[in-house]
Design a protein around this ligand. Structure first.
Ligand code: SF4
Length: 324
């Protein structure tokens, strides 16, 4: 049995006048059926570009430079546009950060939800609208009949995000990709939407790839977390183990910057800034910010080491032969 989604050495670069700038660099991981994985990192770390690559939606001048994206064993990078649209429509559902930019402002949300059901499932309009109302009820929208007839601007931010989730679920996908699904919402609604996503994934046996800059959001929703830095996946770990004992110095910095209940001391954000992708430092891209950097770090990019079962870390500190 192959995993539902497997990335194998995925690379994505943006062509610039100075040459190709790597946005995603040799990223590999597997996502099993029914599993939720959160990708976390500061803005510009490549997590959104990675999710767009899985969907075949990297905007130019970006392009996939290498690797494979296996969905149910099929390499999506070898599919033509038509077949890829089919996978996107029926196999993979998407929820983006800001529903207002994803929803058509001049079309009722009921029809927007019904349309993929007509396209990909062959339902007639009446049945597709009926199904849209059922989905609205399942994602907790009050008065689904009224919501069917509403335009996006007539709904609150939280209701629009619920509509987006209903749309993403319409064709019963096996994988849900949610990119910063709660960033534009207030804290109470954020919590409700995260709980909704987690319970829908559980009930439907859905796999979920959650993209977030917020480690707390990933911890609440996912069993495993991947930490990205400057295009690389620097740590992959069960969430609990990551919180208990982060292995990568960057993960340690991210965790140290999280506010903890009852603590009064000042937060310690990771010192320095993420380098621009057209000016990445050689070797380990984190070395200018790393308090533990030593000789090989400036020279050579660390591969992924597996110091514990179920965990991977790209850091020379975890290579027995390279320890200082
Ligand atoms: Fe720090 Fe070196 Fe590990 Fe990079 S490889 S995180 S610079 S210790």
């Amino acid at each position: 049995m192959h995993p539902l989604l497997a990335l194998d050495g995925l690379g994505v670069a943006f062509d610039t006048p100075l040459g190709p700038a790597p946005a995603v660099d040799s990223v590999s991981f597997a996502l099993e059926k029914g599993e939720s994985l959160g990708l976390v990192g500061e803005s510009g770390c490549g997590k959104t570009v990675l999710s767009l690559a899985v969907l075949g939606l990297v905007p130019p001048p970006g392009r996939v430079t290498g690797g494979r994206i296996l969905f149910e064993g099929r390499d999506l990078l070898t599919l033509g546009p038509e077949a890829l649209r089919g996978v996107r429509g029926a196999g993979i559902g998407m929820v983006f950060q800001e529903p207002m930019t994803s929803l058509n402002p001049v079309m009722r949300v009921g029809f927007q939800t019904a349309e993929p059901l007509m396209l990909h499932k062959g339902l007639d309009k009446a049945r597709a609208l009926e199904r849209a109302a059922e989905l609205f009820a399942q994602v907790g929208l009050p008065d689904p009949g009224r919501v069917l007839r509403a335009y996006p601007h007539e709904l609150s931010g939280g209701m629009r995000q619920r509509v987006m989730i209903a749309m993403a679920l319409a064709c019963e996908p096996r994988l849900l990709i949610a990119d910063e699904p709660t960033t534009a919402l207030d804290v109470t609604i954020q919590k409700q939407i995260l709980e909704l996503l987690a319970s829908l994934a559980r009930e439907r046996g859905l796999s979920m790839l959650l993209i977030s800059h917020n480690l707390g959001v990933v911890a609440r929703t996912c069993a495993r977390a991947g930490v990205m830095y400057a295009g690389r996946l620097v740590e992959l770990s069960p969430v609990e183990a990551l919180f208990e004992r982060p292995l990568h110095p960057y993960s340690q910095g991210l965790l140290a910057s999280l506010p903890r209940l009852g603590e009064r001391h000042r937060l310690t954000p990771v010192a320095g800034a993420v380098p621009p992708i057209h000016g990445l430092p050689p070797g380990c891209h984190f070395h200018p910010r790393c308090p533990s950097a030593f000789e090989p770090c400036r020279r050579e990019a660390p591969p992924a080491f597996a110091p514990e079962p179920g965990r991977a870390v790209r850091c020379w500190l975890h290579a027995p032969e390279a320890r200082p």
